[in-house]
Design a protein. Structure first.
Length: 277
């Protein structure tokens, strides 16, 4: 039986995404961190996992980017977009003035930054592995602890919603990446490809690498830098482009970038932006 891993525990947005995109008969298995889910795929313990990779309000999920770049040999084979609504949840009967600590995943805290600054300035913010883990901790604690979490987590752990829809704006969407051990070989007319690479630390090196895409009339969808981890001031660059590696233009351009890179990793070609309801 095929197994689909996700960031647990029950009540996370990752669980919601996993349920919505799971194939018939596919077993779901929770993992305590994003890295542990991806590494389970890398080891062959499970067939596939789905992990958050980017949010429209708070940007990329650094843990996902880092595990894909440096600590695994897997591919992105698909992506799904899920509407996100964060809520400040508490034990029943808790008042605003009771709260001393607010817990959640770093992404959820970032997505709710304006509310936290305006309503809870000076309250301790504590980052944990997931929104549902934070909700579970609140249910097991006292009234001094609150969490930023989905409605599903509040319902699951018997919590009240003190501040509904507390994210910074209505345009709050998270892109989830489907991760598998083998690359996706299915080509569609709405594919994109992802790579991560580094260049020489010399004037114009990144410009020349990116210029190869323009020379082939390939649209650059995203570029983002992350630290190399081994030396201060050294970076890798994640880019997404329109098209599939099996397209002649895409293959040539990415092969040219690879030839000019100190570090290069192809992360996959896959259909983009499949919305989950």
């Amino acid at each position: 039986m095929s197994v689909l891993g996700y960031l647990g525990p029950d009540g996370t947005f990752s669980k919601q995404a996993a349920v919505l995109c799971a194939k018939d008969g596919q077993e779901l298995k929770e993992y305590p961190t994003i890295a542990s889910a991806v590494k389970a795929v890398d080891r062959g313990d499970i067939d596939v996992c789905i992990v958050p990779i980017e949010n429209s309000l708070n940007g990329s999920v650094s843990e996902t980017l880092d595990i894909l770049a440096f600590d695994s040999n897997v591919y992105i084979t698909g992506e799904y977009v899920l509407k996100i609504t964060q809520n400040l949840v508490v034990r029943p009967g808790t008042k605003k003035e009771d709260i001393k600590v607010i817990m959640s995943h770093p992404q959820a805290l970032g997505q709710s930054a304006k509310m936290l600054e305006n309503e809870f300035c000076g309250v301790e913010l504590k980052a944990v592995s997931s929104t549902a883990y934070a909700a579970k901790a609140v249910s097991e604690g006292d009234k001094t602890i609150a969490a930023i979490a989905p409605v599903s987590a509040a319902e699951l752990y018997g919590l009240e919603i003190l501040y509904p829809s507390c994210n910074d704006g209505d345009n709050n969407f998270t892109r989830f990446a489907v991760i598998e051990k083998e690359r996706n070989m299915h080509v569609t007319d709405r594919d994109k490809s992802s790579i991560v690479f580094s260049t020489e630390h010399t004037p114009g090196s990144l410009y020349r690498a990116i210029g190869l895409l323009g020379a082939q009339n390939i649209n650059l969808l995203k570029i983002e830098a992350r630290p190399m981890k081994n030396e201060l001031g050294k970076y890798v660059f994640f880019i997404d482009i329109e098209g599939n590696l099996d397209d002649a233009k895409g293959y040539f351009a990415l092969d040219e970038i690879k030839s000019k890179s100190l570090f290069y990793k192809f992360l996959g070609s896959y259909a983009c932006n499949e919305n989950l309801t």
